[in-house]
Design a protein around this ligand. Structure first.
Ligand code: GDP
Length: 478
């Protein structure tokens, strides 16, 4: 137990309001039960009792159907025979494939796929051929979420794309599915950003009825498609019970699923202890430069400073000879600024700015950037570990400024339960006016939502689904 606080209180904090199950080996994954201690404030968002019990039931199902079980073996045999045996329908699967996109993309699609599994009584298995194992601990007790390397379709899944004959959208396009079609043993769901209207039929209630009978769903996605699951009527009923606070889906599920490995956790805790723990307040800045070439730009720097000062996240610097007198008798507030960016110049400039001139409020501003990788190197183990550490550290801040349409930022604010300020995308190398906007909620945006299909009407009339702040082709939960 920790610091003599009452046993039940401590275990409640450790388990994040019952979200996590007790009983894991603690040393093999230190973050699992200690991460709540690093959060500057306990999350004001509590999981519903229904979500907690659903997760406990999910864990039992996963244990029963997971790798190494008789049920798993039988289910994979159906893949070899390519037909569904009516006798063993109790175990059905979502296979999440690691695509070529970055960590943020992977995490948001994995959360969405897990939510889909929860809603449809399936278990999720994740592709372990990339470095997922170096990043995250096992989330489910006494079993594994890793798709075994000898999974029968392993040799083929990389080539699955829109043209694959078992791609669900393609089958619809070819009229290969009608009311008498016997469900195949597997389907490929193409839910990547370049998907077609036929692929988006996945989000229609009627289509879910067919998909339900397919034991293996292989999913490729880089999207946060959870909002559209809310627009499937039969799912909505369950979702309202699971998440009475509708904008907490990502927050709860990401805290439930993602426990950084000890290596990543060492990076997080050492940075936290050395640079953030003493500050009264921490501001997170996530700076992603999507222009080509990417790098340091004065207009981006100006935009960040302008946003932060306008929103009172950072003080003005005192001007020479100004009438502002800093009250030196007042104890000085220490504010830490945590910068995450591929480019180290942003934090260098910001640090200089506050070193050279005091802040107008007398606050002491300390700027720290844990990494500056310069270029994206997805699937390089150490690079991805640093990326996850940065995301985690951002999630521990009190206020956060993120970059428009960056999934890296989505994960950071969602995990942290933080409503970010979003930096608008600069046009023509100019500072946008206004430079940033406060987000409607802490949820990620579903940037490629199916706006025109079976959900077109409900999207417009559902009050907890809104167009994203900065992107009206996208929707988000609010
Ligand atoms: P998105 O492209 O902004 O939506 O985010 P992704 O996470 O999907 O892809 C960007 C990738 O670039 C990350 O996964 C990292 O590999 C790298 N990257 C981008 N920004 C940062 C950063 O601030 N810190 C670190 N360590 N890596 C970053």
């Amino acid at each position: 137990t920790l610091n003599g606080s009452s046993e039940s209180e401590t275990s409640h904090d450790k388990l994040i309001g019952g979200l996590l199950k007790a009983g894991f080996d603690e040393g093999s994954c230190v973050s699992r039960y200690t991460k709540s201690l690093l959060y500057r404030k306990p999350s004001p968002y509590k999981p519903s009792p229904y979500l907690v019990s659903k997760l406990r039931r999910y864990e039992m199902l996963h244990k029963r159907c997971g790798p190494g079980t008789e049920a798993y073996k039988k289910a994979t045999e159906q893949l070899d025979e390519n037909q569904v045996r009516s006798s063993d329908k109790e175990c059905r699967y979502v296979v999440w494939v690691a695509t070529e996109y970055g960590l943020g993309n992977r995490i948001i699609s994995l959360v969405s796929s897990f939510l889909y599994a929860l809603l449809t009584e399936r278990i999720i298995l994740v592709d372990q051929r990339k470095d997922i194992n170096d990043l995250f601990c096992e989330p489910f007790p006494d079993t594994s979420w890793l798709l075994p390397l000898d999974f029968p379709l392993m040799g083929q899944i990389d080539s699955y794309y829109k043209d694959y004959s078992r791609c669900y959208g393609t089958m619809l396009k070819n009229h290969a599915i009608n009311s008498t079609t016997i469900p195949p043993s597997h389907l490929y769901l193409h839910l990547l950003h370049d998907y077609r209207d036929v692929d988006k039929m996945f989000y229609c209630e009627a289509n879910q009825a067919f998909i339900k009978n397919v034991p293996w769903l292989v999913v490729k996605s880089n999207l946060y498609f959870a909002p559209s699951l809310w627009l499937i009527p039969s799912f909505q009923t369950k979702l309202i019970k699971l998440f009475p606070q509708k904008d907490t889906v990502f927050h709860h599920l990401s805290r439930y699923l993602f426990h950084p490995t000890n290596q990543v956790w060492d990076m997080v805790t050492s940075t936290y202890n050395d640079h953030l723990s003493k500050a009264e307040e921490v501001l997170g800045l996530q700076i992603r430069v999507f222009s080509t070439p990417s790098g340091y730009f004065q207009h981006v720097m100006d935009q960040i400073v302008s946003c932060a000062q306008r929103e009172k996240l950072l003080p003005e610097v005192a001007t020479n000879g100004s009438s502002q007198v800093i009250n030196t008798t007042r104890s000085k507030k220490l504010k830490a600024v945590l910068v995450a960016s591929l480019h180290p110049e942003y934090s260098d400039e910001l640090r200089k700015m506050f070193l050279e001139r005091p802040s107008s409020t007398g606050e002491i501003i300390q700027v720290y950037q844990p990494s500056g990788e310069r270029v994206q190197q997805t699937d390089e183990k150490l690079h991805d570990q640093k990326a996850l550490a940065d995301i985690y550290l951002l999630s521990l801040t009190d206020n956060i400024v993120t970059t428009e349409r960056s999934t890296f930022g989505y994960v950071a604010h969602g995990l942290g339960g933080l409503k970010p300020w979003i930096l608008y995308e600069p046009k023509n190398q100019k500072v946008p006016e206004p430079p940033c906007v406060r987000a409607l909620s802490m949820e990620p945006c579903f940037i490629r939502a199916p706006l025109h299909g079976c959900q077109a009407k409900t999207i417009k009339t559902t009050h907890f689904i809104r167009p994203c702040e900065n992107w009206n082709l996208g929707i988000k939960l609010v």
